[in-house]
Design a protein around this ligand. Sequence first.
Ligand code: SAM
Length: 490
Amino acid sequence: MTKGSVGKVTTQFVDILEGLELEGGSRLQHLRIAYETYGTLNRDRSNGILVCHALSGDAHAAGVSDEDGRNGWWEIAIGPGKAFDTDRYFVICSNVLGGCKGTTGPSSTDPATGKPYGISFPVVTIRDMVAAQKRLIDNLGIRHLFAVAGGSMGAMQVLQWCVDFPEMVRKAVVIATSAASTAQQIAFNEVGRRAIMADPAWQDGNYYGAREPVHGLAVARMVGHITYLSDDSMHSKFGRRLQVREQPGFDFSTEFQVESYLRHQGDAFTRRFDANSYLYITKAIDYFDLARDGSLITGLAPVKAKVLVVGITSDWLYPPYQQQEIVSALTANEQDVHYGEIRSHYGHDAFLLEAGQLNYLVGTFLSTSLVRDVMVPDAPTIPEETSVAAAAKMMIRLEVNHLPVHDGGDRLTGIVTSWDIAKAVACGLDRLDEIITRNVITALADDPIEEAAHLMEAHAISALPVVDAGKKVIGIITSDAISTLIGRCP
Ligand code: SAM
């Protein structure tokens, strides 16, 4: 294994048999999701990070694909010691709904006809993509994501997660995106779609098993690719240099280096991407608009996550003012938001290229945690007036080793652990109040995670109930969660 790499990875699949209701009103009878995971899910299942890919990405975000030896699309940021540190976090990435890399999309077989859907596939939205990911996360048994992160269309999914499932997302990393697609973004997408649909091989989307609309798809990618670069980076990469000739030929052959580069990008893309998926995914981007009643402040009101918004100085497709609008709306709602900027001349693509700045910004944001970012909320508690046997049964049923004890109301009065239950059995004690520890060491939601770790270490205990000002238990934090997330084990 190379240092900093998760090594060889295999894409996995999950079938969601109940299908999926879509925002547009139709229903997919069957849904398959392709996904990859890196790192280990901790016992609390509290260290999951979902990374969401952009337009042309896939589930292969990190490591070396055992299928084709490719590196993951966010290899610069996912792996041991990187921002998405796989020694701490369990990183998940899935191919989006409507894609062509294993998740159900227009090239999948329609169970009703036994043939590829083509453009009979229902139009999907970013919200539908997130709804599909939610099924995957449920399937993995994860109730709270430590973070959701992505750039470009990936960041649209991140924002949608924060709005649709606010209780599930602790931290959100939103890079180089907009809260609503602008006219210019829609315009570029439309040029790409028209190029595909004008290709005679497109055949109203029914080209599977025949000649594919590669010319249209290549042009769509060429246009898209220009928007991902910057004037500055194109100038320094190509200038006005000619590819082969010394002098202009006064004809229409591919003369300039930039022409040759774009043609190569376009052609290479057609070997790995489905033209219909390009139509569907760009349409989903176009429909994206998180404003409610004309207000982004209202639209983002449900967000509970701590949000890091990142802009890229040279990005003219999603210019920094669009990320600042997100920051302003969250700030107006008094939500917890931080803004960082990647200084780069690479343009929009910088979130896939600027390893140093990206790892610094995201790594710092993820690793600076409070107890609330790591605790398991809604921890089970037990009333004092009960039996040892009832507590033991509850622990076995809920698979927990620690039960905070309350006074019948909301107030924490003690704690009982599996160790105490063993002691009760050894000493023949039946009543819970005979064995509980009354002097409970607790944490507050806004304590730094290091402080909680220090308390556990000092008292040789492996969990702290998290309480509010009225001593009501609002969660529990375990040494397992802490050791996975800050690499320290009491
Ligand atoms: N392995 C144990 C654990 O899981 O915490 C630590 C061993 S310590 C000897 C066990 C005692 O610590 C038990 O009597 C238990 O009630 C007590 N204990 C556990 N968590 C506590 C907490 N947060 N505050 C005070 N006492 C606690």
